[in-house]
Design a protein around this ligand. Structure first.
Ligand SMILES: [Fe+2]
Length: 227
């Protein structure tokens, strides 16, 4: 295989070029698109992979079947694929968004779901990606679904996504510690998140199944905008 000499070349890109592609996996191209989104977005790198791992832990603890866990993990990895068309300056913006910019962001679950709907092997992931920003109380988007009308996998991805977003450095804000992140989940339990899943996150943390994030400065006004 060709070796890539990484003199000044982004290390992760060099590594991914050296990694053997899994030609058997029909979703391989979609994974590559997510890597681009991750590099463009405001999160620290690896956000999608961390959300996938965390979603799988939660799904296991709530007794999902092995097949469902696999689907939830894949959908969690691909959840923000619909951000691919959003300009970097919008994704990384620290100030308030304009109406047009907000609209652009709000459409990403729909764009992501429609991308996946074109791939027959990803059919089971479509509703999970489409609904990963719904809130337990019905105030999310795009469908304003509430409670158990939201697919369980989408509820799992929503809480894993929010926790990782809060406990990761972002371009416009510091990271919370694990304890602060869990406190925020508790504060939004029954509103943004399913209460059972907030308890499950606490349980996973107590069992040591979630890496303890140590960081830093707590943002003074988080404002409840969790993702
Ligand atoms: Fe998202």
């Amino acid at each position: 295989m060709m070796r890539v000499v990484a003199g000044g070349f982004p290390k992760r890109l060099a590594e991914s070029l050296q990694a053997p592609a899994d030609e058997e996996d029909p979703l391989q191209l979609l994974y590559s698109i997510v890597e681009v989104v991750d590099r463009t977005d405001s999160y620290t790198s690896g956000h999608s992979a961390r959300v996938a791992d965390l979603a799988a832990v939660i799904a296991r603890l709530i007794d999902c079947s092995a097949g469902d866990i696999a689907v939830i993990k894949q959908a969690a990895f691909l959840h923000d694929i619909g951000k691919i068309g959003i300009p970097e300056k919008v994704l990384r913006k620290s100030g308030p968004l304009t109406r047009e910019e907000r609209h652009m962001i709000d459409l990403h679950p729909i764009f992501g779901a429609s991308m996946l709907a074109r791939v027959p092997e990803a059919a089971a992931l479509v509703p999970l990606v489409l609904h990963h920003h719904e809130h337990w109380d019905g105030h999310g988007y795009p469908g304003k679904l509430a409670m158990t009308d939201i697919p369980v996998g989408a509820r799992v991805i929503a809480i894993a996504d929010a926790y990782d977003a809060m406990t990761s450095y972002r371009t416009y804000g510091p990271a919370m510690t694990s304890e602060q992140g869990l406190d925020e989940l508790r504060r939004w339990s029954g509103k943004q998140f399913e209460p059972r899943l907030v308890d499950t996150m606490q349980e996973a943390f107590s069992y040591g199944l979630i890496e303890r994030k140590k960081s830093v400065v707590f943002p003074e006004s988080f404002g409840g905008v969790l993702t």
